[in-house]
Design a binder for this molecule. Structure first.
Ligand SMILES: [Zn+2]
Length: 249
């Protein structure tokens, strides 16, 4: 029961990527694929909860000479994208040579069931992320599959930005995802050893990966505790820098 969950360590991640690299050529979500491209692996990270873990993965990929695509979320319950240390993490991911794009949550728009409202929100968030990170946003992904069912995000390009979640793009690949801290029906490690796929698309959520073996709930707990710790550390630092008393009893 736990075997599909407990291998989500950074060491395992490094091993998986090393194996993939021996077979496939890594491409960014925003890269244009031509007919002559063969044995492609698109590596995508939806950063729903843990920018810190995303940075760990970005560093592992850098060591292995791999570039991938990371997606930042404005409405995460687990981090604030406008928090300067969080922005610095995404800036560092860019400096490591990776792509950063928008992980779009349609529910934050004025009317999440109205197409115009949702698309306006998408454009606004793309522009805002672009300004914050001083980069061109070349791709985005969709956060909430339910919304995707109500409002179609099928176009592979929207506002000249690549839609990394569009079905027309995804259908070019065998798709693997670590959703909920486990491989779905397609266990990547097992599948890669037994079947030779033409092209693969690997979606990770960095919160599920850690230094040691832990349950998904423990990883969520670690993520929350990390945010609390950092907020308190910043509070102490601000008081110290402004020479104000830090009252505690
Ligand atoms: Zn998401």
């Amino acid at each position: 029961m736990t075997s599909n969950y407990n291998k989500f360590t950074f060491l395992e991640y490094k091993n998986i990527l090393t194996h993939i690299k021996s077979i496939y050529n890594f491409k960014l979500v925003s890269d244009k694929l031509s007919k002559i491209d063969k044995k492609i692996c698109v590596l995508r990270h939806d950063v729903d909860m843990s920018p810190e873990n995303a940075l760990e993965m970005a560093k592992i990929e850098k060591i292995l000479g791999i570039k991938s695509s990371y997606y930042a979320l404005f409405s995460s319950r687990f981090y604030n994208l406008l928090d300067i240390p969080v922005l610095d993490i995404f800036r560092e991911i860019i400096a490591l040579g990776h792509e950063v794009g928008l992980h779009f949550d349609a529910k934050v728009s004025q009317n999440s069931l109205d197409k115009d409202s949702v698309f306006t929100s998408l454009k606004q968030q793309i522009n805002m992320l672009s300004d914050l990170l001083s980069i061109e946003i070349k791709s985005f992904t969709i956060h909430d599959p339910d919304i995707k069912g109500k409002i179609k995000f099928d176009d592979e390009q929207m506002f000249k930005v690549k839609n990394g979640s569009s079905q027309s793009f995804l259908k070019k690949f065998k798709y693997f995802s670590d959703s909920n801290g486990k491989w779905g029906n397609n266990n990547l490690s097992v599948a890669l050893k037994t079947i030779k796929y033409e092209n693969i698309y690997l979606l990770t959520h960095p919160v599920w990966w850690s230094n040691t073996k832990k349950s998904p709930r423990e990883k969520i707990n670690d993520c929350i505790k990390g945010r609390v710790f950092n907020a308190l550390k910043m509070y102490d630092k601000d008081l110290e820098e402004n020479k104000r008393p830090n009252i505690a009893w």
